[in-house]
Design a protein around this ligand. Sequence first.
Ligand code: ADP
Ligand code: MG
Length: 727
Amino acid sequence: MGHSNARQSAVSSVNAWKADGHPPVVEKPMTEYYGCNVFSDKVMQERLPDKVYKALCETIRKGAPLDPTVADSVAEAMKEWAIEKGATHYTHWFQPMTGLTAEKHDSFLAPNFGGPAVLEFSGGELVRGEPDASSFPSGGIRATFEARGYTAWDPTSPAFILENPNGTTLCIPTAFCSWTGEALDKKTPLLRSIEALSKQAVRVLKLFGSTSTTVSTTAGPEQEYFLIDKAFYHARPDLINAGRTLFGSKPPKGQEMEDHYFGAIPDRVLSCMLETEQELYKLGVPVKTRHNEVAPAQYEVAPIFENANIATDHNMLVMETMKRVADRYGLKLLLHEKPFAGVNGSGKHLNWSMSDDQGNNLLKPGNNPHDNAQFLVFLAAVISAVSKHGDLLRMAVATPANDHRLGANEAPPAIISIFLGDMLQDIVEQIEAGGAKSTKAGGTMTIGVTAMPTLPRDAGDRNRTSPFAFTGNKFEFRAVGSSQSIAGPQVVLNTIVAEALDNIATTLEAGMKAGKDLNSEIQALLPKIIAESKKVIFNGNGYSAEWHAEAAKRGLPNVPNAVDSIPDLISPKAVALFGKYGVLSERELHSRYEILLENYVKTINIEAGLTSEIATRQILPASLRYQTEVAQSVAALKGAGVAVPASQSGLLADLTATIDGLKSAIDKLDHASEHHAEGDTLTHAKYYRDTIIPAMNAVREAADKLEGIVADDLWPLPTYQEMLFIK
Ligand code: ADP
Ligand code: MG
């Protein structure tokens, strides 16, 4: 009869893919186009009147309020620059709590009754936008009368041009707030947390004689992702609608040969990467490294670190640009944390540090006793912060998608611990012991007197199993999910470290007032901090069962799923912390709590619907067809008077039983989905976790078993083997 199903057409179209038709690559040297689509400092200096430029710099560096005439002048220059670049429209580009970016385009065109076209863009339009945008999640903040939000220009992140073959758009990074001043986005709390940390870090630096007036946080997110052929993607309703496969048995060949990691990048993928990078360079995004990751069809891109706000905007641009360009190469970008069960998932290692206003990295050990002392104080602050608020860091990565990844074999467990490495561990232990013990390198450690031994920075000392690792001059938070905005994790990190620095500064300042010596004050304070916090330090294998037992003994929280972690966002401890540093009010925290839980419920609900639909309309029919074929062949044997071998009647029986299992699992899932749990969002989320997910898993189990039995030519969904290995 020869059915041609979506899967078979997909396989043929992958084979037919040709490299022509995509836009030609830029042939100029990179230095000629790097940043060409950015309204950068250099462009501003060239195009703005001197006075305006200086005023704007004050705003950018110190947050000084912006004069409306300055805004007008900047808007005029920005408009002219954008129009020269072919822009017809501008948009306030913002990051609502969907975790994505949003834009609403307005034309520069102004009414000019009957006359020629006039293009306008005022300071007012630059500084504030009113996208309305009342359909974004607000977690109840905008439920009623104050339904509108407005966008406010963030002059600390440069405007840029987004290109399209048919025109370009000026994008202005903005914050998104309600009229009552509440943050409706990811950028606003990030900016507040950066400021909170800066304020406390400056107090500490001052004790060391620094004249820095601001401290910035720095971020370098290593982004993992999958690329698969578009034809396969389109034949998988689960990938299209849920971003991950809800069915698929493990292929005979997975990643066990480890032949993909750092392997040669396939040509089509490399072309796609090159074009992505060119686009990103034009936007001034400093992507630096690219390589194959552990799983087949998995890759990674990492930028050179930048200040946290810009790094966050840039990571959003990286994700969007990769998605856009992949399409031109017949590829689909998968940013989901676990697109394929049983295969490595994708994360985003968030490299994080702090830097003074001369660009000195505050987590760099330094090479003299004074710098070492300062380093140890900042290090102790981070250790103390993570020890006290590990629950919040865990919460910052709590999504239904990340639940598939955390604690699975290739990703850090849900237990937040810190890896320091042997040398630093040794130093910390000595400090706790009051400098009495001798170091591994020989001698004893006296703060402000002894220089620390040089810490190794080689990869050998890196513990890949730790969720939060010190890697020589920065921390690396490895539990962040690949599709997540890095804003949330940084908000937590910045705020908890601000609190720890605040406590340290308060103690040390009091000592200074009482005329004591700074180094001996530090020598007295650090052992206390370490004694209090050392339970969070763990240098061993984070994947091991022993660590789970040990962590429980140490009283470290181990919250393996998002639903149990999200409520930590509104604990009294969290409300006090975020309130004290002006990062998120109680109302703002509650809105985020609601949004996270709603997102959990919606995600699982969509997955459950897809599971039922695909199982009912694709897998069951294919299985029944095969059942008919087998039944017919058994009947034919009987008709010919041939004894039916047990293996063949057994196949029919097995098939029939598995199909029956599938159908009853679908019925059970449908029944569970129709049930409406009474209660608040948390109750709903728990219902989805405890009842719907197991029901989905039962459907998948039967379906994946059928994939191993049903004839290949009848199977409707592209298999793991095809999606991961046909490139
Ligand atoms: P590895 O890839 O071995 O983890 P790298 O030194 O290449 O180590 O760093 C990975 C990421 O960390 C890069 O994006 C890099 O820019 C970033 N990074 C380096 N130093 C800092 C820092 N001080 N603050 C934030 N990120 C940093
Ligand atoms: Mg790394």
